[in-house]
Design a protein around this ligand. Structure first.
Ligand code: TGC
Ligand code: FAD
Length: 388
């Protein structure tokens, strides 16, 4: 008899009926509809983004933790569990959902005018419209405060110029939330992607997150009306407030990828015979499995604690950094260890493990690198900022 790693921690007992039901629904859809297709998307480096967005909209996961405007209004913890199940299939799918719901929709929902909300949120929740979030630039990633994209006034209009880099969903988006430097500090703009002067060339030749669209955003004298600015976001705290939301989803999501690797490895070592016995029967194998189970379970307990704090309105950015740093770091370690257990089979797309491991390289870097989150925690502990 085999016990599932999460059952050793009795994780299910820590969830409400509603949370378990949401998790089960997303898992079932992911396993039935997405998993059979995802290895091919990864191999091709191409996804049917519009079709996928509609399927995810129908599932109700786009902006699911937001209230009103066609959004489901679930708890944050339920959203985290949905991210976990999507990332168990592929980090690229969770990325699509994070960027749509936690970054672009959240920016509009939190900082936008009533017109912005009415215009974009219902269509985005349904997956009829796709959004992207342009913060990073070629020369400003970890340090978004050094961004060069500008927005200047021309009468009552705004004129945007600059380049954003590594933007998820960029070339398939209908709307981009673009952050730019103005005379009043950093402001956010709602940019319809058919605006003259806007283009979004796709970034090719990625070896990670291949089942996800990544693009540049090029803004050449993009003229926007006065109402395009997000009225309630001023300064860097605007975009960083959105990152808190997406990072929270990753705290859970990364564990989905890790769980999938561990489940695959446990099944594999039970079937694989080496030196006349099941690979599962060797002490070295069992030590690997036990160590990975410990890290997966501890990561889940941390995620649940952060989820409860978020639902109580008590979660701080520093706590999100704890979760993002730990859970992504452990997830990638688990993926790599599982890869060893699968031997040569571990390097093919016949199994999900190398795909997850490669994806997690991006997850380690985006939404704040491990180094950035380490420094956030360091600052919280010492009171000393060590970023510059
Ligand atoms: P600093 O001087 O500390 O702060 C500037 C202003 O922002 C406020 N603030 C925050 N507000 C909300 N949430 C947070 N987490 C915040 N952190 C800081 C701060 O209070 C201040 O406000 P005010 O009113 O006084 O002006 O900023 P800094 O320039 O020293 O930078 C701090 C640092 C390095 C932590 C920050 O810049 C950072 O997080 N860098 C990493 C950038 C990043 O994560 N980029 C992600 C881009 S999006 C993406 O990757 C999507 S991937 C696709 C997917 O999600 O699937
Ligand atoms: P850099 O900031 O140049 O960092 C390089 C190295 O230096 C890293 O190891 C970093 O940790 C380290 N470093 C930086 N500062 C310090 C310091 N003070 N002390 C010590 N070490 C330091 N961005 C968006 O805006 N929207 C998106 O939708 C989006 N999607 C993405 C999708 C993918 C697949 C990827 C890979 C990235 C995406 N990003 C997106 C960009 C992502 O957020 C950035 O790549 C990330 O913030 C790091 O920036 P950078 O790549 O410029 O690295």
């Amino acid at each position: 008899m085999r016990t599932h790693p999460f059952d050793l921690f009795a994780i299910d007992g820590l969830l409400t009926d509603e949370e378990r039901e949401i998790q089960r629904t997303v898992r079932t859809m992911g396993e039935r509809e997405l998993r059979p297709r995802v290895a091919q998307w990864f191999e091709d480096g191409a996804i049917p983004a519009r079709e996928l967005a509609r399927e995810l909209g129908k599932l109700g996961v786009l902006g699911m933790h937001l209230e009103g405007y066609g959004c489901a209004g679930t708890s944050a913890l339920s959203y985290g569990l949905a991210c976990l199940e999507l990332e168990a299939v592929d980090s690229g799918l969770r990325s699509l959902v994070s960027v749509q719901g936690s970054l672009t929709m959240y920016a509009i929902w939190k900082y936008g005018s009533e017109e912005h909300k009415q215009e974009w949120l219902p269509g985005m929740a349904a997956g009829e419209k796709i959004g992207c979030f342009g913060l990073t630039e070629p020369d400003a990633g970890s340090d978004p405060g050094s961004m060069r994209t500008t927005a200047r006034r021309d009468g009552s209009d705004w004129i945007l110029n600059g380049t954003k880099m590594w933007i998820t969903n960029g070339s398939v988006a209908d709307v981009a939330v673009v952050w730019a430097r103005t005379d009043e500090g950093v402001r956010g703009f709602v940019v319809p992607t058919d605006a003259p002067g806007f283009s979004a060339p796709e970034i090719k030749r990625k070896l990670s997150l291949r089942a996800s669209v990544t693009s540049e955003l090029v803004l050449e004298d993009v003229r926007l009306p006065a109402g395009a600015v997000l009225p309630s976001a001023r300064g860097l705290s605007g975009p960083l407030g959105c990152l808190n939301e997406a990072r929270f989803g990753i705290v859970f999501g990364a564990l989905g990828a890790a769980r999938d690797c561990l489940e695959t490895a446990i099944s594999y070592v039970g079937d694989r015979t080496v030196f006349g016995r099941a690979l599962a029967s060797y002490q070295l194998t069992q030590q690997k499995l036990a160590d990975m189970t410990l890290e997966l379970g501890k990561g889940m307990l941390l995620a649940l604690q952060l989820g409860r704090l978020k639902d109580e309105g008590r979660l701080t950015p520093e706590q999100i950094s704890l979760g993002k740093l730990n859970n992504v770091r452990e997830a990638i370690a688990i993926a790599r260890e599982c890869r060893t257990l699968l031997g040569a089979n571990g390097i093919t797309l016949e199994y999900p493990v190398i795909r997850h491991a490669n994806n997690l390289e991006s997850v380690l870097t985006y939404e704040g690198t491990s180094e950035v989150h380490t420094l956030v925690i360091g600052k919280a502990l010492t009171g000393e900022g060590a970023f510059r």
